[in-house]
Design a protein around this ligand. Structure first.
Ligand code: KPL
Length: 320
């Protein structure tokens, strides 16, 4: 049965509860997509008290809707998290472990965790923190923009790739509910190659746009080709050392396709640097460097890109 047919016959009152950590653009987009398909969904908040928050969403057709989202505060975590069957983690890569630490012990053993962030790396640490829960990983190229704290606008369609990583599998009911709620979402038996492919796009586009202060489209210029090719080549070599075989030509074609498709956009790392926010460089080029050193290899270009972005972060006036 297809995911769409399945959603039509699900009794919404019997649907398991999904919780989201991270009310950024992607967290709010996923919240909207799940709640529209009648999944019971709430946010986990760092505030003490639980509260309802009006959240506004503008879809691709420019239609705006507002609904009341439940934010579960710390005082209610223990009581509410026992009902959570899937916890979707939408915070930045460098926040994943800290955000999950106080929650894991309160989750049911049969709760499942799904990490959905840019970059790679936190999954290795989270795998060691699990308390019987299963772990899935995902990546999305849906475009979303936060217009204000509680107003998110979808800015582009895109695929969402999800799949199992370790521990018990996600239940079929929740998997089907996810796939039927998130447009163009797919489940992969082996998710790691998909994450490495997405990482190839990010290792090339994100640091280069931040360093050269440009939109994604400008990276099509010949002057950037050498660095982009070198960064992606190193990534493919490191992935191969991890037994993930990727075709370099396909990876580079995809990088240039994304450069063209998102030509007018500023990458997330460009935006982070412009707003003097911590970037996800450690989970992007930093992950390639880390995996290279694990295999006794060097990844010189990724190391240089990592160093350049780290140096840019050091220039922020407010380094908090
Ligand atoms: O994922 C992205 C990002 O900005 O983080 C790309 C695909 C590069 C689009 O800008």
């Amino acid at each position: 049965m297809s995911a769409n047919n399945y959603s039509a016959i699900i009794d919404k009152h019997k649907l398991p509860q999904v919780s989201i950590i991270g009310a950024g653009a992607i967290g709010q987009l996923i919240y909207q997509q799940l709640s529209r398909s009648n999944t019971q969904v709430n946010f986990i908040s760092r505030a003490d008290q639980s509260q309802q928050q009006a959240v506004t969403f503008t879809n691709l057709a420019q239609q705006q809707t507002t609904c009341a989202a439940m934010f579960i505060g710390r005082n209610d975590w223990s009581q509410q998290l026992v009902d959570t069957k899937l916890l979707i983690v939408c915070v930045k890569a460098y926040q994943v472990v800290t955000a999950l630490k106080p929650l894991i012990k309160r989750l049911r053993h049969d709760c499942h965790i799904l990490l959905l962030h840019n970059g790679m790396g936190p999954h290795l640490e989270v795998a060691n923190m699990l308390n019987g829960q299963g772990l899935s990983l995902g990546t999305t190229s849906q475009g979303a923009l936060k217009k204000s704290a509680w107003h998110t606008q979808q800015t582009g369609q895109g695929v969402t790739q999800l799949g199992h990583f370790t521990g018990p599998m996600l239940s079929e009911t929740i998997k089907m509910s996810l796939l039927s709620s998130i447009p163009q979402s797919q489940w992969f038996e082996d998710i790691l190659p998909m994450l490495w492919q997405k990482l190839a796009i990010n290792v090339a586009i994100n640091p280069m746009t931040a360093i050269h202060d440009c939109r994604n489209g400008e990276l099509a210029a010949a002057q950037y080709r050498k660095t982009i090719t070198a960064a992606v080549t190193e990534l493919a070599q490191v992935a191969a050392a991890e037994s993930i075989m990727l075709d370099l030509t396909v990876l580079l074609d995809r990088v240039y396709q994304v450069i063209e498709l998102t030509a007018a956009n500023y990458s997330s790392m460009h935006q982070d640097v412009q707003h003097q926010r911590k970037t996800e460089i450690e989970a992007i080029n930093g992950f390639v460097v880390l995996m290279a050193s694990k295999h006794g290899k060097s990844a010189r270009t990724n190391q240089q890109l990592l160093a350049s972005i780290t140096a840019l972060e050091q220039t922020y006036s407010n380094k908090a």
